[in-house]
Ligand binder design. Structure first.
Ligand SMILES: [Fe+2]
Ligand SMILES: [Fe+2]
Length: 331
C-alpha cells in the first residue's frame, strides 16, 4: 500500500484505472483506497497518486479539486472492489441529502452509474460490482418514484456522444421511468431495472475492433454482434442479483413485434412488457445519440421516425407513454 499523499508520480503504466467521479466521493466517509489524478499527455493520460489509502478525502481537499476543475479521480483495478463498496455505503446518503439540488443529486446518480457500468463491462463476473449494481438500481427506482421531476434533471445530464456506458445509463433511466409510469413502484420495477442497465453487457465479449468499426459490418461481424444477448445471459445467470425478468430483457431486447428480431425471432406473445419497454427506449437512445456513421436525431424527430417507420416492430401504446414522460422538451 502506498503511503504518499497529494500528487506523487506513478510510473506503472500497466495498471488498469477506473474513473471515480468526484460526485461519488463523499468527504470524510472513509475513502480507504488510493486515488489518482489523470494528467493529459500527447498519447492519452498518465496517473499521479493523489492520496493514499490510509488518508481520508477531506471536505477541504475535495473543494480544492472542484475549484481546479477536476471532475474525476481514478482508482486502480485492484482497488475497484473497495471503491464500489464505498459507493454502495455512501450513495444512498448522497441521494437523500436535502441540502443538494435535484441537479446535484442527478449528477451523483448519473456519474456513479456510468462509472459502475464501465467497471462492470471490464469485470462482469465480479460479485462486489453486481451487488453495487443492484443497490444503485434500487436507489434509482426509489428516487424516480419519489420525485418524478428528477427524470428531467437526469435527462439533462445525458451525453449526445454514444458510448456503451452512457447508453446503459440512458436506457436504464428512461426505461425505469416508463415502467414506473405504467406499473407504479412495485418490486418488479427493481428486478426489471437490472435488465435495463445490463441489457448490452454481452457486448463486453464482442471484439472491440468490431464494436468500434466505423464502416459497414461484414455478415460475419454482424453475426458476432448479434450474439451479445446470449453472451449477456451466460455472463449474468450466475449472479443472484440478476433475476429471470432481467435475464429475459438481456436475452430478448432485440426481438421485434413483427417476429423478425434476433436472436430467436420470437412471436409478440413471447415478448414481455419489460422487454418491450427496453427495446423501445434502446432504439430511442440509439437514434438520439451521435455515432461515427450518423448524426444524432433530435428527440421529437426520433419519436416521429419510430412512430412512422417502425410501427410494426414496436408497441404503439408504449411509444405514446414514452412521448408523455419525455414531455414537450424531449431531451
Ligand atoms: Fe443490444
Ligand atoms: Fe442497447
Amino acid at each position: 500500500m502506498a503511503t504518499h499523499t497529494f500528487e506523487k508520480e506513478t510510473e506503472d503504466l500497466t495498471r488498469i484505472y477506473h474513473p471515480a467521479p468526484l460526485a461519488t466521493l463523499r468527504p470524510d466517509r472513509g475513502a480507504h483506497f488510493d486515488l489518482f489524478l489523470g494528467v493529459p499527455t500527447r498519447s492519452g493520460q498518465r496517473y499521479v497518486l493523489y492520496k493514499s489509502a490510509d488518508i481520508d478525502l477531506t471536505d477541504d481537499k475535495r473543494k480544492e479539486l472542484i475549484e481546479r476543475g477536476v471532475q474525476f479521480l481514478y482508482v486502480t483495478d485492484d482497488d475497484a472492489g473497495s471503491y464500489f463498496n464505498f459507493v454502495d455505503r455512501t450513495v444512498g446518503e448522497a441521494l437523500q441529502d436535502e441540502s443538494a439540488s435535484p441537479e446535484q443529486r442527478s449528477q451523483v446518480l448519473y456519474q456513479t452509474t456510468k462509472a459502475l457500468v464501465q467497471a462492470t463491462f471490464t469485470r462482469p463476473e465480479s460479485p462486489v460490482l453486481m451487488k453495487t449494481n443492484r443497490s444503485l438500481v434500487e436507489h434509482t427506482v426509489e428516487a424516480l418514484a419519489a420525485e418524478p421531476g428528477l427524470l428531467r434533471a437526469l435527462a439533462s445530464e445525458f451525453s449526445m456522444d454514444y458510448s456503451l456506458y452512457t447508453h446503459a445509463v440512458h436506457v436504464s433511466t428512461l426505461a425505469t421511468a416508463l415502467m414506473l409510469e405504467i406499473n407504479g413502484p412495485d418490486t418488479s420495477v427493481k428486478d426489471a431495472a437490472m435488465g435495463f442497465l445490463l441489457h448490452d453487457i454481452g457486448k463486453c465479449r464482442v471484439p472491440t475492433q468490431i464494436l468500434r468499426k466505423s464502416g459497414i459490418l461484414t455478415t460475419t461481424e454482424m453475426k458476432e454482434v448479434e450474439k451479445h444477448p446470449e453472451y449477456g445471459v451466460a455472463l449474468m445467470r450466475p449472479h443472484i442479483e440478476v433475476g429471470d425478468v432481467a435475464l429475459d430483457i438481456i436475452h430478448s431486447h432485440h426481438e421485434k413485434l413483427n417476429g423478425r428480431g434476433y436472436p430467436r425471432r420470437l412471436p409478440p406473445e413471447r415478448i414481455s412488457l419489460e422487454t418491450r419497454i427496453c427495446s423501445l427506449v434502446d432504439i430511442y437512445d440509439a437514434l438520439t445519440s451521435h455515432r461515427v456513421y450518423k448524426p444524432a436525431m433530435h428527440g421529437f424527430e426520433a419519436l416521429t421516425y419510430m412512430r412512422e417507420k417502425m410501427y410494426d416492430e414496436l408497441d404503439p401504446g408504449l411509444l405514446k407513454q414514452l412521448i408523455k414522460i419525455l414531455g414537450p422538451r424531449d431531451r
